[in-house]
Design a protein around this ligand. Structure first.
Ligand code: BTN
Length: 245
């Protein structure tokens, strides 16, 4: 993967609506990053909100989609692997497909990828990552499913250091691993693989099965009563049969 023109230009803000909104105010450059102390309208997957009080690490960056990362789900897979490598330096954690980082059964980090369309047809995509670092309070509806590094380790962590480690891992993965190696490394730390899962579709349907494979395009195969289905992250949220994981 060609990462030659990937820059680390990090623009820091106190409060933004969403780091995606702020990033879109700038001409795209491969690796240009917006990081904010807090977001007033942080967005999550499947139209959800992302609680973004100060304490967390919230950032979005552009990726030149000609760098062979053009498929959004695959960019999310790379980001999940980079986030897992980073956060496992602090706590024991794993990936919950498609791209949550989970520790002690609760979510520590979420990732969202988006396309960015520009007038001159420049082909850029954006990755947005939220890590619960020093967060101490979660909204009632998140209390059972969210955690933070501080909560797990009882100490505060340096967000700049985490951001730097993330980009070290991201660049290393992109420049040195093949697609197959990325999928293999992702599979090694993915709790969803070989687990029983309940697929909650956005239309309310729930389908149960066992996840039997992570595919090269970031989708999963799930063996159900009615046979094997291929599942795309854009349409479902995955739960364990008995709970969040
Ligand atoms: C998820 O639902 O798991 C994805 C959450 C992604 C949150 C991050 S925080 C930085 C970036 N800006 C946003 O508004 N969302 C992403």
């Amino acid at each position: 993967m060609n990462m030659e023109n990937f820059i680390r230009k990090i623009l820091k803000y106190q409060s933004v609506t969403s780091t995606f909104d702020k990033l879109l105010e700038f001409e795209p450059e491969n690796g240009l990053t917006v990081v904010a102390e807090s977001q007033t309208n942080g967005v999550g997957r499947l139209g959800r909100q992302w609680q973004s009080d100060s304490g967390g690490l919230y950032f979005s960056f552009y990726v030149d989609s000609r760098a062979a990362l053009d498929k959004l789900p695959f960019l999310a897979i790379i980001c999940a692997l980079a986030a897992h490598r980073t956060l496992s330096k602090y706590v024991s954690c794993y990936i919950k497909w498609p791209n949550d980082i989970v520790s002690e059964g609760k979510k520590l980090c979420g990732i969202l990828t988006k396309t960015a369309i520009f007038k001159n047809n420049a082909s850029y995509v954006m990755a947005g990552i939220g890590v619960n670092v020093n967060n101490t309070e979660f909204a009632d509806e998140l209390k059972d499913t969210a955690t933070s590094l501080k909560h797990i380790t009882d100490i505060e962590h340096n967000k700049d250091e985490i951001l730097e480690k993330f980009f070290n891992e991201f660049e290393s993965i992109c420049s040195s691993l093949s697609t197959e190696q990325i999928i293999n490394q992702y599979s090694d730390v993915c709790i969803t693989l070989n687990s029983s899962v309940a697929l909650h579709y956005t239309d309310g349907t729930v389908v149960e099965g066992v996840c039997t494979g992570i595919c090269g395009d970031g989708t999963i195969d799930v063996e159900t009563e009615k046979g094997k289905i291929n599942v795309n992250s854009g349409e479902v949220s995955v739960r364990g049969i008995y709970g969040y994981v």
